[in-house]
Ligand binder design. Structure first.
Ligand code: PMP
Length: 396
């Protein structure tokens, strides 16, 4: 049965992790995978999460099946976070939200549903994008192309190219957009540029799918979420996938969601019924724990304030590390202007280093980033920063 099965290539990022784990270099630093570590190099367990879990443990509950679309209080919390609790879409009941297995699950449910409603549509992802975007939509049966995004020479967004790609897309094309903290480049477009993107999306009748995996890591929870309000104001119907992996440091709990903004409440109930079929035929219903924790935090004013504080601290620490990286590279003798690192936002920096340089970083110094030059600045800390700066300076 399996004699003709070919060996699949290793996942580019998780494969790097395996290589890192096997590396015996005592100075090794993992800047490959997109995970936030604190200044001690530890994965944080947020206090708001601990407090919610403590309360939950005090009154242990039996674990029946959840509804197909997840915990009601969780879905409502996601809706309020994404669209605003008092927003018109939430009040009018025209958002269909389901709990999903991480942000990846949200994307997958949306992709499978879209394949049913727009089977012939093409999908455009940014060039470059998070690796899994292409794979997810391809596996859902779509032809996946790219829209221009990164301009390596300019070190920024090729905005004219971006708009031109959207203008050239056929009506109905599904466009996967990074809501904030673009992965892998770290370059976001400005609010004014979003207005231009939205105008083209509307004029060309494209279907926007916003991937929101880093809300709160850019400029703040509300600031990063403001782009959603712009799409609402434009009168568009669209998809938003949510991930709490990073913002709650709950990577392994797989907590995310999918929200679909519909024309009205009746349409939302039809869409929800179809999303539930996608879920039912994939994994039946979601797990309880992570969703219950996030719901407990988001729906309790004190815990929510604590979460916002802790998320703010992660954001501020990453920004400080960006500055330290720029200063450290200068001090280590790098002549070229590296200040672009502080213009980038979120967890990643597209360093501009070549594949050869990234290989040397790994092999000679045990500093792991992706071959594309992407480094996770959220894994830098006061103990490893000097070593990383020295290593980069040597390969440059
Ligand atoms: N979208 C983007 C852009 C991401 O970077 C990630 C996580 N690396 C995800 C989605 C998936 O998030 P999750 O781990 O919650 O599935």
């Amino acid at each position: 049965l399996f004699t003709a099965v070919e060996m699949a290539p290793r996942d580019p990022i998780l494969g790097l992790n395996e290589q890192f784990n096997a590396d015996t270099n005592p100075n090794k630093v993992n800047l490959g995978v997109g995970v936030y570590f604190d200044d001690n190099g530890k994965l944080p367990l947020l206090q708001c999460v601990q407090a919610a879990e403590k309360t939950m443990m005090a009154t242990p509950t039996a674990r029946g099946y959840l509804p197909i679309d997840g915990i009601v209080a969780y879905d409502n919390a996601v809706k309020s976070l994404v669209f605003g609790a008092d927003s018109e879409p939430v009040k009018s009941g025209r958002v269909a939200t389901v709990q999903a297995i991480g942000g990846t699950g949200g994307l997958k449910i949306g992709a499978d549903f879209l394949k049913k409603v727009s089977p012939n549509a093409k999908v455009l992802i940014s060039d470059p994008s998070w690796e899994n975007h292409r794979a997810l939509f391809t596996n859902a049966g779509f032809e996946v192309g790219t829209y221009a995004y990164y301009d390596a020479e300019k070190r920024g967004v090729n905005f004219e190219g971006f708009l031109a790609s959207l203008n050239a897309a056929a009506p109905g094309t599904i466009v996967v957009l990074h809501a904030c903290c673009h992965n892998p480049t770290g370059y976001d477009i400005t609010p004014a540029q979003w207005d231009q993107v939205i105008a083209v999306v509307k004029a060309k009748n494209l279907t926007p799918f916003l991937d929101m995996a880093y809300q709160g890591f850019g400029h703040g929870i509300a600031e990063d979420g403001a782009v959603i309000g712009k799409f609402v104001a434009a009168g568009l119907n669209f998809f938003v996938s949510t991930s709490f992996s990073k913002s709650f440091s709950l990577y392994g709990e797989r907590v995310g969601g999918l929200s679909v903004l519909c024309a009205d409440k009746e349409e939302a109930s039809r869409v929800l019924s179809q999303l539930k079929i996608v879920i039912r035929t994939n994994y039946s219903n979601p797990p309880i724990h992570g969703g219950a924790v996030v719901a407990a935090v988001l729906n309790n004013p004190e815990l929510r304030a604590l979460w916002e504080k802790e998320l703010g601290e992660m954001r501020v620490r990453i920004k400080a590390m960006r500055q330290k990286l720029v200063d450290g590279l200068n001090a280590a003798g790098v002549k070229q202007d590296m200040s672009f690192i502080t213009q980038q936002i979120g967890m990643f920096s597209y360093s501009g280093l070549t594949k050869d340089q990234m290989e040397r970083l790994r092999n000679e110094f045990g500093v792991y980033g992706t071959d594309t030059g992407r480094m996770c600045v959220a894994a830098l800390n006061s103990k490893n920063i000097d070593y990383v700066c020295q290593a980069i300076a040597k390969v440059i």
